[in-house]
Write a protein that binds this ligand. Structure first.
Ligand code: NAG
Ligand code: NAG
Length: 368
């Protein structure tokens, strides 16, 4: 009996000891692990959505004229080699737009109107499909092969963004890797200039995928300089700053509210010029809130010749259609072009591989 009694007593003590230790651990956890650690890890969790197929956005849309099947092949191929999923929005032939459907006071060439219409369709898609944020791309672009890492780093900045006017809501902290405090985020502009009174509003951060100074176009070097990024920082830092005069619509993100504001000011109320000009004017009027990323992360892919533009859909048979071809194409402001990387990733030397295998086998046979 004695041993049993002893072990029962010992068992009670063991349970008590366990309870005390567990209690201490819980108290310790509450005292010593306050919010910053939890916050940091939830920021990282949210940023990690940049590794998903839509870069942490609700959708990636791209605009392409229905007849540019060559560009659609290229976009789907490029996206697949970067583990991205893109959804096409059809480009619009301006001639097909009824005079009644043209916004008030828009006195524009059909091709310019068609370009506006395609973007307006993308904004509508965002609203109709209840998408919180979408990336909108044109079909002739390139990006860096480390695009997921670039957006992961951007997310950490945007979640903790000093350009914000109000603290992020719980909903934003949970679901919005880039925040929801903006209407439009320019990432493929061909130039921008800062608001003269707000040059202090800039978030500067390290990004190992920023190209060297030699690969950055003058307009962006000037832009960075006017915001105080000079010397050795050029080629190392990326900037988030308020968009004020961006041109080109190659790559930008919008929030649902951004889509509403764009449709309001650039359709319902009228249209004052080409879509990118009117977005810039609306930013200058202060009627939408936008940020720009500099250097931009989306760039035009250029092959030379008529393939580079879809302005009126027609082509001149007496002029070159493509001068350099995709192998000789180029894009600017990128450190490591995904289009160039794609050629290497998919390169194969099938018969060479068989030949090497055979050689190896016969060498091994000789050794035996
Ligand atoms: C990627 O993450 C975002 C943010 O969480 C989400 O809205 C989107 O649906 C995700 N995309 C995919 C393809 O899962
Ligand atoms: C086309 C159009 O009417 N745009 C308007 C957008 O909003 C600003 C500010 O309200 C107006 O000045 C523009 O005319």
């Amino acid at each position: 009996m004695l041993p049993a009694l002893f072990s029962a007593k010992y068992g009670v003590r063991k349970h008590m000891l366990f309870a005390v230790v567990a209690g201490l651990v819980i108290v310790f956890a509450f005292l010593v692990l306050p919010f910053p650690i939890a916050k940091k890890s939830s920021k990282l969790t949210l940023a990690s959505t940049a590794w998903n197929e839509t870069l942490g956005f609700g959708k990636i849309l791209y605009i392409s004229m229905p007849y540019r099947t060559d560009r659609q092949d290229a976009m789907d191929l490029l996206a697949s080699t970067s583990n991205l999923k893109v959804t096409r929005i059809n480009g619009v032939d301006g001639e097909s737009i009824s005079a009644k459907a043209v916004p008030d006071n828009a006195n524009l060439q059909p091709s310019v109107l068609g370009c506006w219409r395609a973007h307006a369709d993308a904004w509508r898609y965002v609203i109709d499909n209840d998408i919180e944020t979408a990336l909108i791309l044109e079909d002739d672009i390139d990006w860096d092969e480390n695009i997921h890492q670039i957006f992961h780093d951007l997310s950490l900045q945007m979640q903790d963004n000093k350009l914000r006017l109000v603290m992020p809501t719980d909903h934003e902290r949970k679901t919005a890797p880039y925040g929801l405090d903006w209407d439009i985020l320019f990432m493929g502009q061909c130039l921008d200039h800062p608001h003269p009174d707000y040059r202090d509003l800039v978030q500067v951060y390290d990004d190992p995928s920023v190209p060297s100074r030699e690969s950055i176009q003058q307009e962006f070097l000037h832009y960075m300089e006017s915001l105080g990024v000079t010397g050795d920082d050029v080629g190392k830092k990326r900037l988030v700053s308020p968009a004020y005069g961006p041109a080109c619509t190659m790559g930008y993100a919008i929030t649902r509210q951004g889509a509403q504001r764009l449709l309001l000011n650039l359709s319902y109320l009228g249209l004052r010029g080409p879509v990118d000009n009117d977005i810039a004017w609306t930013l200058q009027d202060g009627k939408i809130r936008g940020y720009s990323l500099t250097p931009p992360v989306f760039a035009a892919w250029r092959v030379g010749g008529q393939k580079d533009s879809d302005i009126d859909g027609k082509y001149d048979p007496n002029k070159p259609i493509s001068e350099n071809g995709n192998r000789g194409g180029e894009s600017k402001n990128l450190k490591s072009s995904a289009r160039v990387a794609m050629l290497q990733h998919l390169a194969l030397d099938n018969w060479g591989d068989y030949k090497r295998q055979r050689l190896e086998a016969s060498n091994n046979a000789d050794d035996d």
